[in-house]
Design a protein around this ligand. Structure first.
Ligand SMILES: [Zn+2]
Length: 243
């Protein structure tokens, strides 16, 4: 059992490092890309067809999502789930389930595909300060008829599609909402997924219930005034960047 960590702060020490916490976000995103969740950038439909004889059209993207899923199974990395994110006919993000490899319960294919695509489209976001034109944090007006009361939002992955070999769990579907992805294509159904032992269909049902009736105990409004201090800090911040 190692007790010392060779750390980014250039010293070997015990336990967690404050310096490391500061770069956690970068490391987390870089892990998703560098760990091979991301394949070679710029997988284009036309070149893939030419090189591998993949089926034409959107089916090729589902083939790629499924290939990632099967790889995860064969290598023992996680469940049989893969995802790709497509923009203008080109794959810009890949993800595969790596729960078994990492021990991280939320290491789902869709989440990592979103991180991969976001990191590619907005590498400067890693610096925490680039909100300029062309980045995913660029503000764009709400669509006509949108019920959103806020006049503009960050672009995020608007204009992208996601292809998943199985129906998204509620966590991943929420991530897709946050990402503002335009269109979800999934192959196997929630029922198909339940049939192989991944029972997340109940979560969709649970979310529709009041807090007090859900499977996991939830205490509402616990120390509300404490929590609201952070909201006040956000509202008081003069240069806050809404998203
Ligand atoms: Zn999921």
């Amino acid at each position: 059992m190692p007790t010392r960590l060779d750390c980014c702060c250039a010293t070997a020490h015990e336990g967690d490092c404050n310096e490391a916490r500061g770069i956690n976000r970068r490391l987390f995103m870089a892990t998703a890309v560098a760990a091979g969740v991301a394949g070679p950038a710029g997988f284009s439909l036309s070149s893939a067809q030419a090189a591998t004889g993949l089926p034409e059209g959107k089916a090729a993207f589902m083939e790629e999502a499924t290939r990632l899923a099967i790889e995860s199974v064969e290598k023992g990395w996680g469940g049989p789930f893969g995802a790709v994110i497509v923009k203008d006919g080109e794959i810009i993000g890949r993800g595969q389930n790596r729960v078994l490899l990492t021990g991280i319960p939320v290491f789902h294919a869709e989440i990592t595909a979103i991180m991969d695509a976001s990191a590619r489209l907005n590498p400067k976001a890693l610096l925490g300060s680039d909100y300029g034109a062309g980045t995913i944090l660029e503000m764009i007006p709400r669509e006509p008829g949108s019920p959103d009361p806020v006049p503009e939002r960050a672009r995020m992955l608007k204009g992208c599609e996601i292809y998943i070999n199985g129906a998204p769990c509620p966590m991943c579907m929420s991530a897709i909402y946050w990402s503002r992805i335009d269109h979800v294509y999934f192959a196997a159904s929630l029922k198909d997924t339940s049939a192989i032992g991944f029972d997340d269909a109940f979560q969709y049902e649970d979310f529709a219930k009041p807090w007090g009736e859900r499977r996991i105990a939830v205490t509402e409004n616990f120390e509300r005034e404490t929590g609201l201090k952070a909201y006040k800090a956000w509202m008081d911040k003069k240069d806050r960047h809404p998203y």
